[in-house]
Design a protein around this ligand. Structure first.
Ligand SMILES: [Zn+2]
Length: 437
């Protein structure tokens, strides 16, 4: 409607101008050499308008003739772009359909049509990777990594290749570069956390891991690896807070407190840990500062009171009493330990030691017989608890944050072979050698 109104206005103006010209009075004449021209003013005005119109058409014609190659080139480029995009789409479809031959054909076509396109480079790299052509894939990923827009895609591909090859140092470097290219990517954070676990960078693993990770285990390991005393103390405190029943965490914290002269606080940590999960190493640490046997017995008594019904409490009392040559009390506590569930080799061997101590002190044949009987029972008793990986059951001499055999993090627990591991400091994180993460 607006166009119609505009046209009517323009037509009215033109008619007005034509009418104005037609009513103009006067005449124009010109003389060129021996020729003379004369015409009325409206005719001259009309001739000028026609001349300008012809000139305009001529200029447009010349421009169209000279601009044709450019337009032809643009059209060709557009066609090439469309064909390239179609090739990329077909290559992705072939990849999704697990057809590497078709994917490679289309990826090569896409690279030919779109040599500078990051998508063509990416599809080419992915196709090469799936076909096992790692060098070809790496070259494409490198080119992607060199372009600012696609740097993350390239670094991601290179990182996956480094992980597949088990080159953890290179992988860690690529992960850091990828983090700079695209900060805060959740996938990258998870990969960096796994890498940190694999390389034993416990503090970094702790910082990158989510709440589902075995934080007490990682914080204990990080505290042991920390060179700065204040940082080690903070990490050990966090580890103990995360899981007070994890004996290595309690020991990591208590030992640092003791090193600072905070004995009472260290004792408090061990006592709390004893209530949650009694472990012989806790008792050893707790009684270590007392050299006198009676003082050690008193310390054992204090600690045992924190968890009086537990077999380990009776066992530490039995050992301390024997050291103090109180064989009657030692025998009573050892028996209580067995009754509390510690029908284990170490307790029967201790019973034999108690009877032998009695025999040596003049206990007679009865004591010797009791010692032999206790040793006999030790042969059929349950095995002693050990640090054992709950994932692969491999036995360890000492606690490890990750199993030295199978690489599982947080599954080395204090247990015996008769009972499955009841706790291991958190969820399982398995890092098998060569595992793709
Ligand atoms: Zn294991």
């Amino acid at each position: 409607m607006r166009r119609v109104i505009g046209f009517l206005i323009l037509a009215a103006i033109l008619v007005g101008i034509a009418f104005g010209l037609g009513t103009l009075p006067g005449e124009m004449s010109a003389t060129v050499g021996t020729y003379s021209f004369a015409a009325s003013l409206p005719i001259v005005a009309l001739a000028v308008i026609i001349l300008f119109a012809l000139l305009y058409v001529l200029i447009r014609l010349v421009a169209a003739i000279f601009g044709a190659p450019g337009r032809f080139g643009r059209g060709r480029h557009q066609r090439q772009l469309r064909q390239g995009e179609r090739a990329v789409t077909r290559a992705f479809a072939a990849l999704a359909a697990a057809d590497p031959k078709a994917a490679k054909r289309e990826a090569d076509r896409a690279r030919r049509l779109l040599p500078q396109s990051p998508m063509a480079l990416l599809i080419s790299a992915e196709t090469a990777r799936l076909s096992g052509k790692t060098e070809e894939a790496e070259a494409s990923y490198r080119r992607l990594a060199e372009q600012s827009d696609s740097a993350f895609l390239g670094l991601r591909g290179l990182l996956r290749q480094a992980l597949d090859a088990g080159d953890w140092t290179l992988a860690a470097d690529l992960a850091r570069r990828a983090e700079l290219a695209h900060p805060g990517a959740p996938w990258l954070r998870a990969e960096r956390a796994k890498l940190a676990l694999r390389t034993g960078a416990w503090a970094e693993a702790l910082a990158l891991s989510g709440p589902e990770a075995p934080r007490a285990v990682m914080a204990t390991a990080a505290a042991d690896a920390a060179s700065d005393a204040a940082q080690a103390l903070r990490l050990a405190r966090d580890a103990f807070a995360a899981d007070p029943s994890l004996a290595p965490a309690a020991l990591a914290y208590a030992s640092r407190l003791r090193a600072r002269g905070e004995e009472r606080k260290a004792d408090g940590v061990i006592e709390k840990a004893w209530t949650r999960g009694p472990h012989p190493d806790l008792a050893t640490f707790y009684m270590a500062r007392d050299s006198d046997v009676m003082a050690r017995l008193k310390a054992a008594d204090r600690l045992a009171k924190c968890n009086p019904e537990h077999g380990e409490s009776h066992l530490i009392l039995a050992r301390a009493a024997l050291a103090a040559r109180l064989t009657g009390q030692a025998r009573q506590e050892a028996q209580a330990a067995i009754a509390a569930g510690l029908d284990q080799r170490r307790v029967w061997v201790l019973r034999a030691d108690i009877e032998e101590a009695d025999a040596a002190a003049g206990g007679g044949e009865g004591a010797t017989f009791a010692a032999h009987e206790a040793l006999r029972r030790s042969q059929t008793a349950q095995p002693d608890p050990r640090w054992r990986c709950a994932a692969c059951t491999a036995e360890q001499v000492e606690w490890h944050p990750s199993c030295p055999v199978c690489g599982t993090v947080g599954q080395v627990a204090w247990t015996n072979a008769m009972a499955p591991a009841t706790r291991a400091g958190g969820p399982v994180i398995t890092l098998l050698p060569g595992e793709a993460i």
